[in-house]
Design a protein around this ligand. Structure first.
Ligand code: AAL
Length: 414
């Protein structure tokens, strides 16, 4: 409830009073600091608990996947969105099943992977409840050389368009890591989510022209239908790993096989590794995770292009593939839709603590980014992590030694 209920109050008399204890729901008519102005200008509601685009996250391990004792030879990562077909949930993901864990670009061969997503295939799994999954098999194998993806196919996402299924994925033609993590995007299509999948055998989203921000890679294709057009959001990067800055772009098409036209305002997000988008109200909401100035934020664009911060949160899911019931329903070009939001999905977890068993595995996240209601217990701002979460981020022996030497030196010069 606002205490600024006296319409005769002018700014001056309001300014003589302290800011009210009962937080006004709309911008009060008084002088405000930049932070308090921003609270009203940038966010849907002043309290995150009431903000439909604020959420905390909870995680659950999945039942149904075998990882060979987590020895690093089997990896599952970068899940697609989850879709519901009849009464069954489906997801696709990168699966690597190799004789050794990743060995880096110098040691990789035709059978030894360079990175976690090298020498991979696209597999799929189904579930009745989103917690227990049954792996169904391989959807997309690596094609013969020199077809796009002969070295590795990874990081899929799904589009359902006019009753058909389209899987978009990264198509590597050299081991990732030899020269950056460079690849374009190709696709395969099917009449059923269980396949069989027909590869289109050509690149559907080309890397940018030489010298442009997305010249080397189109990563993490993510498909939505918005205002009647196929929207493919993707990640690329300024520079190469590890000194890179990610950006996210948009390409749209009228047909799943293209042509895809890149948006003139690309990049449309300045932060966020991997891509997660969903229709929300009349616009599109996005996760910006891990990289960039705005990492750990949820953003919103009422035109699907011009994103602004909608909330800042923590422990965001990596490579989230949410269940988006209305991902493909916004078929009207002149209507803006009414996106309902998301409440759960699948993400991946990478265990890099021991380089000899490096791999990733899939898990479930729950959240509340629903337009109407949803679970209030997913709107916690005071999230305290277990001490092990902090101490897992430890100084390397060299970093520790350097800090100790600096501390001793500063004592001696005081
Ligand atoms: C991911 C994604 C893309 C990258 C690599 C595998 O999490 O951003 O898919 O190429 O890492």
């Amino acid at each position: 409830m606002s205490t600024n209920n006296n319409s005769n109050n002018n700014n001056n008399s309001n300014n003589n009073r302290s800011f009210p204890w009962d937080i006004p729901q709309t911008k009060p008519d008084r002088a405000l600091s930049q932070a308090m102005s921003r609270l009203y200008a940038n966010y849907l509601t002043p309290r995150p608990e009431d903000n439909p685009l604020f959420t905390s996250f909870k995680y659950t391990e999945l039942v149904g996947f075998d990882y060979n004792g987590h020895d690093g030879t089997v990896s599952r990562r970068d899940p697609s969105k989850v879709i519901l077909v009849d009464d069954t949930y489906y997801m696709w993901y990168t699966k690597r099943d190799t004789k050794t864990p990743p060995q880096g670009a110098e040691k990789c061969t035709d059978s030894i992977p360079s990175t976690d997503w090298d020498l991979a295939e696209i597999w799929y799994a189904t579930s009745q409840d989103g917690f227990v999954w049954q792996e169904q098999g391989c959807a997309i194998k690596r094609p013969a050389k020199p077809m796009p993806g002969w070295r590795s196919v990874s990081t899929p996402d799904i589009l359902v368009w006019k009753g058909k299924y389209y899987l978009y994925y990264q198509a590597f033609m050299q081991a990732s890591g030899i020269k950056g993590d460079h690849c374009p995007v190709t696709l395969s299509y099917a009449n059923s989510p269980d396949g069989p999948w027909t590869p289109c055998n050509h690149i559907v989203v080309e890397n940018g022209e030489p010298g442009s921000w997305d010249q080397f890679s189109i990563h993490d294709p993510y498909l939505l239908v918005y205002k009647g057009k196929i929207h493919l959001y993707y990640k690329s990067a300024f520079g190469d790993r590890p000194d890179y800055l990610v950006g996210n772009g948009l390409a749209t098409a009228d047909d799943p096989l293209g042509p895809f036209n890149k948006h003139p305002l690309n990049p449309i997000l300045n932060s966020g590794h991997e891509t997660t988008y969903f229709p929300f109200k009349q616009g599109i909401a996005a996760f910006a995770i891990r990289n960039g100035n705005e990492n750990n934020s949820i953003q919103y664009a009422d035109d699907g292009v011009n994103f602004n911060l909608a909330s800042v949160t923590s422990l965001m899911p990596i490579a989230a593939g949410p269940f988006v019931p209305d991902a493909f329903t916004n078929l009207d070009s002149d209507k803006t839709g009414n996106g309902q939001g998301i409440s759960w999905g699948i993400s991946h977890f990478s265990d890099k603590t021991d380089p000899t068993t490096k791999h990733s595995f899939l898990g479930r996240f729950d959240c509340n980014l629903m337009q109407n209601g949803g679970n209030k217990d997913m709107k916690e701002t005071d999230v305290i992590h277990h001490p092990s979460v902090y101490f897992a981020q430890k100084l390397s022996p060299q970093q520790k030694k350097q800090r100790q030497q600096t501390a001793i030196k500063s004592k001696n010069t005081c």
